[in-house]
Design a protein around this ligand. Structure first.
Ligand SMILES: Cc1cc2nc3c(=O)[nH]c(=O)nc-3n(C[C@H](O)[C@H](O)[C@H](O)COP(=O)(O)OP(=O)(O)OC[C@H]3O[C@@H](n4cnc5c(N)ncnc54)[C@H](O)[C@@H]3O)c2cc1C
Length: 446
């Protein structure tokens, strides 16, 4: 049987490698790091999370939670490893990104029938079974060739939020609690039945009205990194830079990343005027990232303007926020549901580049592409998932004709309606999730 070439040992490439290896298919995995790094990658290992360290909700009645549940049903390697290196983040699955990358690298390197090559692949050989999983920052010769095989790439702009040192956060103006945490801020409930301190996973940096308005006014006029080629490329709606959100109106941030709902300040026993939440970045808990504060401000401006949030006055930044191009292929035109190119049947495209959006969605595409590549080489039927499942609905969305195609995260809006009407939104989503779980096929070789 042919050896499969996987280009890119990111989230999708590693998951695809695992799915192929466990099905007895030999894999040559090509990764350009540590020789060459994209503008967003910094770690030398595989499966690097380039921005947030959160893989979102674990609640199976949320869209992302349902997606995870389905992937685990199909023996997804990366989610299993993520859980081993998780950090506390309420109901979300967040990981220590360095530990995660190290664990994935060690595990993938040990897979049977797998050889790793550290080199930049420049050419696609259309006769070799190949999974291209080079991510949204794909460029160079390989990018040009793939783009010409797809009639050009589509693009949007994405941004990364900063990370600060825990020691530098002024906890006089911040406190730990989760949103909607029953215990937060209430004196008599800050210890549990064993007398242990109950603390939330997030650090809440509070602002009163005056502080918020000063922060807002400085933020909207702060200096941004100017890039000519951004001008005609849209932002990804759910990853807007904070200064762009702010520019839409004084209160937009208070209904977005700085919303105070579900948070009570223990000092005042009241809901603060505005809140910036910080999430643990690593298991040691000495680094925190600014949730929802992705930005294109100049580095000096980030320290100055974010420093107007009292808890961050003296914050030490280990990583500043940055902006990046995010390229993807026009999936509805060029891909089929197996993640195989319609005009180049030996070539599969997986990960963010294939038109999915998000870490877990990228893992999903790697899983489906890997299983389908194995099935193709073994003359087995395609691995096709019902559209009532989140995985099936996402692949349907990706491959259905769409003149204005743009990537989306897992969401309930892409699932077909239920046969019965359920008015309550929460109950409707729960019923859709239950239907998906019933409809999940059993994979006998999983
Ligand atoms: C700046 C930025 C921030 C993002 N933030 C988030 C976020 O916070 N949350 C979220 O859910 N999603 C985020 N995304 C979107 C997406 O989930 C990630 O990009 C995700 O890592 C995509 O996984 P992937 O496997 O497709 O690509 P990647 O994880 O990027 O992996 C691609 C791999 O291919 C390698 N490679 C590239 N070209 C070559 C070549 N020619 N030869 C050999 N190797 C090559 C790279 O070194 C890399 O290791 C972000 C994307 C970007 C660009």
């Amino acid at each position: 049987m042919n050896t499969v070439k996987i280009i890119g040992a990111g989230l999708a490439g590693c998951e695809a490698a695992y799915q192929l290896s466990k099905r007895g298919v030999a894999v040559d995995l090509f990764e350009q790091k540590p020789l060459v790094y994209s503008s967003a990658h910094k770690l030398n290992g595989f499966a690097e999370l380039v921005c947030s360290n959160s893989l979102k909700s674990l609640d199976k009645y949320s869209a992302s939670g349902l997606l995870k549940f389905e992937l685990e049903h199909f023996d997804c390697l990366l989610l299993k490893l993520a859980k081993k290196v998780s950090v506390d983040a309420g109901s979300a699955l967040a990981v220590d990104r360095v530990a995660f990358s190290q664990l994935v690298t060690e595990t993938v390197r040990k897979l049977s029938n797998l050889t790793v090559y550290h080199q930049t692949v420049r050419k696609i050989d259309c006769n070799t079974p190949t999974i291209i999983a080079t991510g949204p920052l794909t460029e160079g010769d390989l990018g040009c060739q793939l783009s010409s095989m797809c009639d050009g790439f589509l693009d949007f702009f994405d941004a990364v939020s900063p990370i600060v040192e825990y020691e530098s956060i002024d906890m006089q103006y911040a406190f730990k609690s989760n949103r909607y945490d029953k215990h937060q801020g209430i004196e008599q409930e800050t210890s549990d039945c064993k007398g242990q301190q109950l603390e939330g996973d997030y650090i809440n940096c509070v602002l009163d009205k005056q502080q918020y308005e000063l922060f807002y006014s400085e933020l909207i006029k702060a200096e941004r990194v100017q890039q000519k080629y951004w001008e005609n490329i849209p932002f990804f709606e759910s990853c807007m830079p904070i200064e762009v959100i702010a520019s839409r109106g004084l209160d937009t941030m208070r209904f977005g990343p700085m919303r105070p709902v579900g948070i009570i300040d223990p000092k005042t026993s009241r809901r603060p005027y505005a809140v910036l939440q910080l999430r643990k970045e690593n298991t040691q808990g000495n680094l925190y990232n600014l949730v929802g504060f992705q930005t294109s401000l100049k580095f000096g401006e980030q320290s100055r303007v974010f420093g107007l949030i009292p808890a961050l006055k003296n914050a030490e930044y280990v990583r500043y926020g940055v902006m990046h191009r995010n390229s993807f292929i026009n999936a509805p035109k060029v891909l089929n549901k197996s993640f195989e190119m319609k005009n180049f049947p030996a070539i599969f495209v997986a990960g963010q580049l294939s038109g999915v959006e998000g870490y877990v969605e990228s893992i999903m595409s790697g899983l489906i592409a890997g299983i389908n590549m194995a099935n193709r080489l073994k003359d087995k039927p395609k691995f096709d998932l019902p559209s009532t499942t989140m995985c099936g609905a996402l692949t349907d969305y990706l491959t259905r004709q769409n003149d204005n195609f743009s990537p989306i995260n897992a969401n309930f809006g892409i699932l077909p309606p239920l046969d019965i009407t359920i008015k309550d939104k929460k109950m409707r989503k729960a019923a859709m999730a239950e239907r998906a779980l019933i409809d999940l096929p059993v994979l006998y070789d999983a």
